[in-house]
Write a protein that binds this ligand. Structure first.
Ligand code: TRP
Ligand code: ZN
Length: 856
């Protein structure tokens, strides 16, 4: 592959078993903000499969001060330990090859650890993040997922709450009976309070449940706890999986690089995915809390009991666990609405990634920094691949295969080959071609032609598998296409079929049809592909009205809008009068779920439109894209003018707020209606009234966003701040709403001014993202402003964050990944920013890898 950095890449093909295994680990922590001492006793055992010895002892270790080390009680002399930046080596002649006791003491400085990786401090509280390779910042160890050991931990510190994995032995001592890789280790110590509950498992075992938060936040844990209990029950009924300790703990921390982490028995969460009250959390926040609580809990079986052999196998646990959390959320809410939301997200993040310089297979074959591979491709496309497997084998076979997977691999560190083999054995089928989904990057493109003669419809599909960085000449993949056949009256002319493509060009015949049906292709988005089909807007409107598959019903409206918007931007086409009428029919159809109607009314994003225009061969103009969306929305609002006030009134959800799907769906449609109304009201009176009256964050925030978009934010922005100054999660929203909704010509100035605000604590990832990503990713017209000020602002802040928090910086660089879409002037300005970052003398390897790939 292309050289991207001077740091050598790690390759899947180089995998070797470790030279030694670890049976048990005893850790003793003496906590101190700047000088924490960690004593370790590790029982090593020779790996008899590695007959190529004798072996040195090579341990990972980073940013550690080694105070002492011994083998079998004999202290090692300084010249017997070869230290380097990545760890230490003890020469083979000092290492009893069959096994030995290693003892060491190290010192680390949690307060200075701004990377939020390893042991660090957040608001005076100690916490850890070890996935993927953070444990090596805690002590010298074989920090790789195929080394699984039983951990015993003793914590010595003055904090009132001292937590680690497994069973509580009292006095800050913990024992985890389940062997685990080091990345699942966790420690928390601080002044915390807990919200307690309990759960009785399917076999009658009692489990204590505790959610630990900072004092003052304990009244915001109820929804997370409820989600946890529902997740535990769901995993029992749907997968037969029972929880396996007597205690399950969740800790909320404010400084966290990602969403949450599945440490055994002690999940650690970004506080924004735990804490919720109606006044401070939106419906979307509640939905995310439910999904992420479920995700981390489900990892207990898919990730912890069965883990990954090496980090290339990350999708083994992540793809499967995302698929499981999506199933759970679908069961808890609406399958149709959830599927649409998941596909929107997949296209926005994963298709974008697959189409650009960072494209990689669901199972990558090389990396420089593994933290850069916690991607939409590994997670979301990884989940899609499992969904396709389930479609191909059927629900019963899927369950049979999962039962076999748990039975066969419990306690092991596995590979994608193990996973595939389990399905092959359980379902008696050959999945070798299907396995290409794990190996080939890029979104397959499918075209289809239709021929109708006599009573037979012949469908001919063509599959192309695009080149991606480092991969050409790909083979056709297995693509299940759920297909419906609609008669002119909207009924199904023939039963739905799943057509399974497995060749580059392939035809299918459907017999016994009276007339040529209208096809409903790729129902439920049965494969993560781009489908190019010849279809008129009239047919799209027909499907929007009649398709019995809700996903495709929505998809038809979406494709219709995308098509019109593209013509408006590229060819200055006028607004098509039929489209607003089609939207009106949906918006006012009370037989349809309000949440679904809201999704139909929402227009394709500016980014989706930019990608579509780029693929049609034109450089997208961000200002024209913004304007076209506004014009189309205005046309819809005008058409619906007579309906909007009644709709708005009817969608009110009186009484106390509840976060369930039904009232949330009404609020979501009501928010869309408010946004339409505001196109017709020069003074935004309705939004102002809603802002003043709102008793929940969903309605308060949607009103505020609408006001800002119409340049009427002033007083409301200030009032919102005054009301919420003490609530850090709400203040994150306050930053985001301003930079994401600000009109394009002033957005950079708004963002810059906010970086001077006293609450802009940029070392906190939530706060940093709320402003910097809120601007660069959520305000495309502002970010891409012609003078390049948006790019420069973004570049400045990436450069500022990199030395402090490389992982978050590298992730944020994705804001530049689409730079080749744009006109030469914009390309040149974005490339200059990327080059400026690439040229920094002490750039982290995280950011160097990403920027290098984006530039290449
Ligand atoms: N395994 C976690 C999850 O998917 C995500 C994760 C990986 C993570 N690395 C991390 C979280 C670093 C926080 C920090 O649930
Ligand atoms: Zn996960």
């Amino acid at each position: 592959m292309r050289p991207t950095s001077s740091v050598p890449a790690i390759r899947l093909s180089d995998y070797k078993q470790p030279e030694f295994w670890i049976e048990t680990v005893d850790l003793h922590f003496k906590l101190h903000p700047t000088q924490t001492r960690v004593r370790s006793k590790i029982v090593f055992k020779g790996n008899t499969d590695r007959t190529d010895g004798p072996h040195d002892l090579r341990l990972h270790g980073q940013d550690l001060k080694l105070l002492s080390a011994s083998i079998n009680g004999t202290a090692l002399k300084p010249d017997e330990i070869l230290l380097d930046a990545e760890g230490l080596t003890i020469p083979a002649d000092l290492v009893p090859q069959g096994g030995f006791l290693w003892e060491a003491e190290v010192e680390t400085n949690p307060q200075a650890n701004t990377s939020l990786n390893g042991l660090y401090m957040s608001n005076g509280m100690y916490c850890t993040q070890c996935e993927a390779e953070g444990f090596r910042k805690i002590t010298y160890y074989l920090d790789r997922p195929d080394v699984m050991a039983v951990f015993t931990v003793a914590i010595d510190g003055d904090a009132p709450v001292l937590l680690s994995n497994g069973n509580n032995l009292g006095d800050g001592k913990w024992h985890d009976p389940w062997p685990k890789p080091a990345y699942l280790f966790a420690l928390v110590a601080g002044d915390l309070v807990s919200h307690d509950d309990h759960f009785t498992t399917m076999n009658g075992r009692e489990v204590d449940l505790q959610i630990f938060v900072r004092p003052g936040d304990e009244d915001k844990c109820a929804y997370a706890m409820d989600s946890l209990k529902r997740s535990m029950r769901w995993d029992e009924t749907e997968y037969g999986r029972e929880y396996d300790l007597n205690l399950f703990m969740i800790v909320a921390v404010d400084d966290f690089n990602m969403g949450a982490m599945e440490n055994k028995g002690l999940n650690i969460f970004n506080s924004k995915y735990v804490l919720a009250s109606p006044e401070t959390a939106t419906d979307r926040d509640y939905e995310l809390i439910e999904g992420i609580i479920a995700h981390e809990y489900f990892h207990n079986w898919t990730g912890n009991r069965i883990t990954c052999r090496d980090w290339f196998q990350l999708c083994l646990k992540e793809g499967l666990t995302v698929f499981r959390d999506q199933q759970f959320s679908g069961d808890a809410r609406s399958h149709a609405v959830n599927r649409i939301e998941n596909v929107l997200q997949l296209r926005a993040r994963q298709f974008r990634e697959d189409a650009g310089p960072l494209a990689h297979p669901v199972r990558p074959t090389e990396y420089i920094e593994i933290n850069n591979f916690y991607t939409a491709t590994v997670y979301e496309k990884g989940a899609e691949v499992i969904g396709m497997l389930r479609t191909l084998v059927g629900a019963d076979n899927y369950r049979k295969a999962l039962d076999l997977y748990f039975e066969r691999h419990d306690g092991q560190a596995c590979t994608i080959e193990d996973w595939i083999k389990t399905f092959e054995d359980a379902c008696q089928m050959d999945l070798s071609q299907f396995a290409l989904w794990y190996a080939q990057a890029g979104t397959p493109r499918i075209t289809v032609t239709e021929d109708f003669a006599g009573d037979t419809l012949t469908l001919t599909f063509t599959q192309t598998n695009p080149d991606t960085p480092g991969q050409t000449d790909k083979k056709p993949q297995v693509v299940p296409i759920r297909t419906g056949f609609l008669a002119a009256d909207g009924t199904e002319a023939a039963p739905e079929q799943t057509l399974v493509l497995n060749a580059g060009v392939q035809s299918f015949e459907i017999n016994g049809l009276l007339d040529k049906p209208t096809l409903s292709l790729l129902r439920g988005f049965s494969a993560p592909v781009v489908l190019d089909r010849q279809i008129t807007n009239a047919e799209r409107a027909f499907l929007l009205t009649h398709d019995t598959d809700p996903f495709n019903q929505w998809e038809s409206g979406r494709a219709y809008a995308l098509n019109l918007l593209q013509d408006m931007v590229v060819a200055d086409a006028p607004v098509d009068a039929a489209f607003p009428k089609a939207m009106q029919a949906v918006a006012t159809n009370d037989a349809l779920d309000p949440a679904f109607r809201a999704l139909v009314l929402s227009l394709p994003s500016e980014d989706a439109l930019a990608q579509a225009i780029f693929e049609s061969g034109t450089a997208p103009d961000p200002d024209k894209i913004y304007a076209a969306r506004q014009n189309l929305a205005k046309a819809v609002a005008t058409e619906l003018a007579g309906d909007l006030p009644d709709l708005y009134g009817a969608l009110a959800t009186p009484g106390p707020y509840t976060p369930e799907a039904d009232p949330a769906g009404k609020r979501s449609l009501r928010g869309a209606v408010l946004s339409l109304i505001s196109h017709l009201e020069p003074d935004c009176a309705s939004a102002k009234a809603q802002f003043a009256a709102a008793d929940n964050m969903t309605e308060q925030l949607s009103a505020l966003a609408t006001l800002i978009r119409h340049n009427q934010g002033g007083d409301a922005v200030q009032a919102f701040y005054n009301q919420w100054a003490a609530d850090r999660l709400v203040i994150d929203k306050w930053f985001t709403v301003q930079v994401s909704s600000a009109p394009a010509d002033s957005a950079v100035e708004v963002a810059k001014a906010l970086t001077e605000h006293k609450d802009f604590d940029w070392k906190n990832p939530n706060r940093y993202r709320s402003l910097v990503a809120g601007f660069a990713m959520m305000n495309p017209a502002g970010f891409h402003r012609k003078d390049g000020a948006g790019y420069e602002f973004f570049g400045d802040w990436l450069i500022k964050l990199d030395p402090v928090n490389p992982q978050t910086t590298a992730r944020m660089c994705g804001g530049f990944e689409t730079w080749r879409r744009y006109d030469p002037a914009r390309q040149q300005m974005m490339r200059a920013q990327l080059q400026r970052i690439a040229d920094l003398p002490n750039l982290s390897k995280d950011t160097a890898e990403i920027v290098g790939k984006i530039l290449n």
